[in-house]
Design a protein around this ligand. Structure first.
Ligand SMILES: [Zn+2]
Length: 261
């Protein structure tokens, strides 16, 4: 079976099984890949991450996905030139001038210092020369990234609790550039490791998460790792827990996404 046919078939089966959007509950006419396919090498994404989605939610996710792809699809520890990534950045320059402007704001000296501090003199300079130095998480980039992570929280709740969330998603980004294994340690506190494979190919070097879920309470928590440089803690809750958590200091510090959005 050709790739296009296979995709069509998988979409049809997903919509037959549940014809309602996993984000907002409206009639679903399409499917959404979450995390977005664009963050994976050669757009090969893990099985079990395609969800029923309505056209407006699908469209709403697209702008943020492109930004997330530029930030998340790059491997910072590989020193090979990354041509697909440079193409992604080029198209971002055309489609999201707001993000591009944000990335141009930092001074070259600041970037050189930051990369040398994070990666050492040699690798730091190499990465910067390969253009990785342009990425700066200003307010526009941060918002796009948090939007993608919020959607991921909703999608993972749907996948593991077996229904859509009607409460809220909280996201706490974890800066991984310190390469101290901080996120690995946090991850060990969450019991269940999710598979991240396609046709037995292990994709956990690109996307991997551990989680816990209580479908009866409507509570889901995950620690997500994307490549070497990026991580997030995601908490998803139905009511009445969502309102209770929102009143706690932790809930007030984390970024919130309402369900439905
Ligand atoms: Zn929707």
């Amino acid at each position: 079976m050709g790739e296009a046919k296979r995709k069509q078939r998988s979409r049809k089966l997903i919509l037959e099984e549940d014809p309602w959007c996993c984000y907002c509950g409206a009639p679903a006419t399409t499917t959404d890949h979450c995390p977005p396919r664009a963050i994976f090498d050669n757009r090969i994404w893990p099985e079990g991450h395609e969800f029923p989605c309505c056209a407006p939610c699908n469209e709403a996710g697209r702008r943020s996905e492109q930004v997330a792809a530029a930030i998340l699809s790059v491997s910072l520890v590989s020193d090979a030139p990354d041509e697909p990534w440079q193409r992604t950045v080029k198209s971002l320059k055309v489609n999201r001038p707001d993000i591009w402007d944000e990335w141009q704001e930092g001074s070259r000296n600041d970037q050189r210092r930051l990369f040398r501090e994070k990666f050492g003199l040699k690798l730091g300079d190499l990465l910067r020369q390969q253009q990785y130095g342009i990425i700066q998480l200003g307010p526009h980039s941060t918002k796009a990234l948090e939007d993608v992570l919020g959607r991921l929280g909703q999608a993972l709740f749907y996948k593991h609790a077996g229904r859509r969330c009607t409460g809220r998603v909280w996201v706490l980004r974890v800066d991984m550039l310190n390469i101290e294994g901080a996120l690995d340690k946090i991850q060990r506190s969450v019991p269940l490791l999710a598979a991240s494979t396609r046709s037995n190919v292990d994709l956990s070097d690109q996307f991997q998460y551990r989680y816990n879920v209580s479908p009866s309470d409507g509570i889901f928590a995950a620690v997500v790792k994307i490549r070497e440089q990026f991580g997030a803690m995601i908490v998803v809750m139905d009511e009445p827990h969502a309102t209770a958590f929102a009143d706690m200091p932790a809930g007030q510090r984390m970024k919130v996404r309402e369900c439905p959005p």
